[in-house]
Design a binder for this molecule. Sequence first.
Ligand SMILES: Nc1ncnc2c1ncn2[C@@H]1O[C@H](COP(=O)(O)OP(=O)(O)OP(=O)(O)O)[C@@H](O)[C@H]1O
Ligand SMILES: [Mg+2]
Length: 162
Amino acid sequence: MTQSIKPRCIPLDLSSGDKTTELAHRIARILNPGDVVLLEGPIGAGKTHFARSLIQSLLIEPEDVPSPTFTLVQIYDLAQCELWHADLYRLSHVDEVEELGLIAAFDDAICLVEWPEKLGELRPETALTLRLSVDPCEENCRHAELEWTCDTWDGRLKGLQE
Ligand SMILES: Nc1ncnc2c1ncn2[C@@H]1O[C@H](COP(=O)(O)OP(=O)(O)OP(=O)(O)O)[C@@H](O)[C@H]1O
Ligand SMILES: [Mg+2]
């Protein structure tokens, strides 16, 4: 008999860009090599804003964090490992994910992936998903859900529950 894995979910309201930055900094502090964070949400939801804030808080020397919309991936050297920031929106075929080296990076880098829907079956089951949506009335307000199924996130995310 196959066991169903129940997803755990934390809903969060992010009333401004600064609140999203604050969340990114908190998540940054709990990440280890081999962790994958999948960033879901429509265009302009704040996926890059979140990723940029997270990366900037981990960089040893400050540097620009451009959106990887055209390069597909940007790689940063952190003290303990590489950090891969990927935007798969422009990916034309799922085979390109392997060619980019992203699947290998999932094992030992910290990976932040925008448009993870493009991964199809290559989506890592152990990942943490951040799902962002835009509030229809408040321009700078975003609604977020952090979702995961893998036990390794339970303790690490405990403090985020409001
Ligand atoms: N609460 C908020 N959280 C995140 N971003 C916000 C918030 N309020 C306003 N913004 C703004 O919304 C914009 C989000 O743009 P961003 O490039 O991060 O979106 P995206 O989800 O990466 O889009 P794309 O799918 O095109 O890559 C930024 O200009 C950011 O400053
Ligand atoms: Mg983006």
